[in-house]
Design a protein around this ligand. Structure first.
Ligand code: ADP
Length: 398
C-alpha cells in the first residue's frame, strides 16, 4: 500500500510517498512559504530530478492539492490516480496524555488533538490544518495520527512530574511529555535488531541530536525518561534552544533587558543553544566543526558546552535505568558528527566505552562503532521518522 506521510508546519509542509510493503520512498518533497509571498514546491520522484516550482499557495489546502498533482502528473508523477494512495499518515506534535499510541483519525480524534493545542500552540493547529486539507481533497482515504509524544507516555510519575505544586498538574496537565518519540522508538528498536538482542531485554540510551535535540532512556522496550519537557525547550543545549536553565533567569533577564517573559522565552528558543553560546557564530554543527579546526574560541565553547550536557544526561540515564547496554546516536548531528561522538564518549570512560575510530568515521548506515572489547555498545543509526509513520499508518488501516 502507498502511504502519504505528511509533516505539516505553520508555513511549510514536508511529504513522502512510501510503499509500505517494500518500505521504499517513492517520491518526496516540500512546500515552503505557504500563505506568504514566494511560495515554492520542491518535488522529487525516487531516482529522478528535483523540481522546484514557485507558485502561489495561499493556504495548506492549495499546498496539498499541488502535492497530489505532482504525485499524479503524467510526466514525473509516481501514481496514476489518488486511488493508488491507500492512506495518509500525519505527524502530530502533541498528543498530551490522551494518546499513548497512534490513532485512526476520526472526528473524536480531531477534537482530542484540538484539546492539546494549548500545549503546542505553534505546532498542533498547523498539524490539524494538514488533516483538514487532506480530508477535503481525499475524503474517503483513511488517515492516521502519529504523535511525537506517544512513545514517552510510559514514563513513570517520578520522571514526568515537575517539582511544583501538584495542583498545576491536576488543573493544567503541566508535566514533562517529551518529543521526537517516533524517532526514539524507531531507533531504539533498530539498536536491538543490529545487536541481535531482544528489545525487551535491553537498556538503551538514544541521543537524537539534530537542530532540536533530545535524549531518552529506554528500558525493556519502554521509555522511562526523556530530556524534553512540557515543550521542546527543556533538556539538551540545541541549535538555537537553551535546554535546561535556572527558571529564575527569565525574570532576571526580563528586568535587566526590559523584556517581557514572552520575549525572554523567545530568546531561549531562537537565539540560545550553540548559536548563543558561540556568540552568534552558528547553530549549524558543520560551521562549529570548521571553527574547531581554526581554534575559534566561540566554536570551542559551544561544542564543549553541547557535548558536556549530552554526556551529563547519559550519566543520569545510566542511573535512572541502573545500567546501560547500548548508547545510540541519531539525527543530523548524531549521524554525521564523529567529533561530537568522540567528545561525548571521552567523558564516558566509566562505562568502559572504546570507540573504533575507523567505524566512527563512516556514515549513512546502521553501525556499532565500538571495539569488540568495549563494555558498552555505542551505535550510529540513521533515523527515519517518515518510515516509522508509514509503518504505524499501514498497521492501523490494514
Ligand atoms: P532537524 O530535523 O531538527 O531540523 P536534523 O536532524 O536534520 O535537524 O539536523 C540538522 C543539523 O545536523 C544541522 O543543523 C547540522 O548542524 C547537522 N549536520 C548535518 N549534516 C552534518 C554534517 N555532515 N556534519 C556535522 N553536522 C551536520
Amino acid at each position: 500500500m502507498n502511504i502519504l506521510v505528511i509533516n505539516c508546519g505553520s508555513s511549510s509542509l514536508k511529504f513522502q510517498l512510501i510503499d509500505s510493503e517494500s518500505e521504499k520512498c517513492i517520491a518526496k518533497g516540500l512546500c515552503e512559504r505557504i500563505g506568504i509571498e514566494g511560495s515554492m514546491i520542491t518535488y522529487a520522484p525516487e531516482g529522478g530530478e528535483k523540481e522546484k516550482t514557485t507558485t502561489p499557495m495561499p493556504d495548506h489546502t492549495e499546498a496539498i492539492r499541488l502535492v497530489l498533482a505532482a504525485l499524479t502528473n503524467d510526466k514525473t508523477g509516481v501514481v496514476k490516480s489518488l486511488d493508488e494512495i491507500g492512506a495518509v499518515g500525519h505527524r502530530i506534535v502533541h498528543g498530551g496524555e490522551k494518546f499513548t499510541s497512534s490513532a485512526i483519525i476520526t472526528d473524536e480524534v480531531i477534537e482530542a488533538i484540538k484539546e492539546c493545542n494549548d500545549l503546542a500552540p505553534l505546532h498542533n493547529p498547523a498539524n490539524l490544518i494538514g488533516i483538514d486539507a487532506c480530508k477535503t481533497l481525499m475524503p474517503t482515504t483513511p488517515m492516521v495520527a502519529v504523535f511525537d509524544t506517544a512513545f514517552h507516555q510510559t514514563m513513570p510519575e517520578e520522571a514526568y512530574l515537575y517539582g511544583i505544586p501538584y495542583e498545576y498538574y491536576e488543573k493544567y496537565k503541566v508535566r514533562r511529555y517529551g518529543f521526537h518519540g517516533t524517532s526514539h522508538s524507531y531507533v531504539s528498536k533498530k539498536v536491538a535488531e543490529v545487536l541481535g538482542k531482544n528489545y525487551e531485554d535491553l537498556k538503551i540510551i538514544v541521543c537524537h541530536l539534530g537542530n532540536g535535540a533530545s535524549i531518552s532512556a529506554v528500558k525493556n522496550g519502554k521509555c522511562v525518561d526523556t530530556s524534553m519537557g512540557l515543550t521542546p525547550l527543556e533538556g539538551l543545549i540545541m541549535g538555537t534552544r537553551s535546554g535546561d536553565i535556572d527558571p529564575a533567569i527569565i525574570e532576571f533577564l526580563a528586568n535587566k533587558e526590559s523584556m517581557t517573559a514572552q520575549e525572554v522565552v523567545s530568546v531561549l528558543n531562537k537565539k540560545s543553544g550553540v548559536l548563543g553560546l558561540s556568540n552568534g557564530l552558528s547553530s549549524d554543527f558543520r560551521d562549529l566543526e570548521a571553527g574547531l579546526e581554526n581554534n575559534d574560541e566561540n566554536a570551542i565553547r559551544a561544542m564543549k558546552g553541547f557535548c558536556y550536557r549530552v554526556a551529563k544526561y547519559i550519566g543520569s540515564y545510566v542511573a535512572a535505568m541502573n545500567g546501560v547496554d547500548a548508547i545510540c546516536f541519531t539525527a543530523g548531528v548524531g549521524e554525521n558528527g564523529p567529533i561530537v561522538r568522540n567528545f561525548v564518549c571521552d567523558r564516558l570512560g566509566f562505562l568502559g566505552i572504546e570507540l573504533d575510530q575507523e567505524l566512527n568515521n563512516k556514515r549513512g548506515m546502521d553501525l556499532d562503532i565500538t571495539t569488540p572489547e568495549s563494555k558498552t555498545r555505542v551505535l550510529v543509526i540513521p533515523t527515519n521518522e517518515e518510515l516509522a509513520i508509514a509503518r504505524e499508518t499501514a498497521a492501523l488501516v490494514k
